[in-house]
Design a protein around this ligand. Structure first.
Ligand code: MN
Length: 252
């Protein structure tokens, strides 16, 4: 089994190292990851300049691009054959609720799924990695990779996995929840007298929706959320079916 490992915290992240070590028991590992921290770049693709990939160790490539670039470059350039699995993480900090569209970690798995490859993302609910937490996250990722290699994943589906910090009560299959933010923009003056802005949404918790990734993680469970690539909201049709668009094209 050939496994492509990536992340958004950068190729030197401890989470990536521990993850690829654990997965190496299952087969051949190739790491293709950003050369620096590219957290919160979402699904961005670099199209306005060339990309460089430096092999910093055997089978470990540092790319001056985004996680989505890394998956693309891996599948269409660096790898000798298509990987059997793409795993992204272990991210420093959870990726739950409304956060996941910002997440480079999650979007690397999304990109792999768009290419028809089985994939999952793993994030750890702490800013301070402890060895015990990392070991649990890596062990669970290894077990999940094994399971996926046997069962396969549903069509156009990838998994978003979040690991609690400190204690673990078990594993639950969850739904994407909702995080609450207090949107704050800090505006200050630079030494030249010009204004600058710093986006700083402070986290004020989550909506306690039973069975959601946020709630389950908070209760100390590992959260496994199946996500899909198609964003169409099927539930919206009853409300929108009767919308008339006549007269909106400029034609009589
Ligand atoms: Mn990150």
């Amino acid at each position: 089994m050939l496994i492509l490992v990536t992340n958004d915290d950068g190729v030197h992240s401890a989470g990536l190292r521990v993850l690829s070590q654990a997965l190496s028991r299952l087969g051949e590992i190739v790491v293709i990851a950003p050369d620096r921290n590219r957290s919160a770049v979402g699904h961005a693709l670099t199209l306005d300049r060339p990309l460089r990939a430096e092999e910093i160790k055997p089978q470990v490539f540092a790319v001056d691009g985004t996680p989505t670039d890394c998956v693309n470059l891996g599948v269409h350039g660096l790898l000798q054959k298509r990987p059997d699995l793409v795993v992204s993480g272990i991210n420093r900090g959870s990726n739950v609720g409304d956060d996941i569209s910002y997440s480079g970690t999650v979007c690397a798995a999304l990109e792999a799924t768009l290419m028809g490859l089985p994939a999952f993302a793993v994030s750890l609910d702490t800013d301070h990695f402890s060895e015990k937490d990392l070991d649990l996250a890596a062990f669970f990722a290894k077990c999940l990779a094994e399971k996926i290699s046997i069962e396969g994943l549903p069509k156009e589906t990838f998994l978003n996995v979040n690991i609690p910090s400190g204690r673990c009560e078990g594993v639950q299959l969850t739904r994407q929840g909702r995080r609450r933010y207090e949107e704050t923009v800090v505006s200050k003056q630079d030494p030249r007298g010009r204004c600058y802005y710093w986006l700083g949404g402070s986290n004020v918790g989550f909506e306690d929706i039973p069975g959601s990734d946020c709630s389950v993680l908070q209760q100390g469970f590992i959260s496994v959320t199946p996500l899909q690539t198609n964003m169409t909201n099927e539930n919206s049709y009853p409300e929108m079916e009767d919308w008339s668009f006549s007269g909106m094209t400029g034609a009589n």
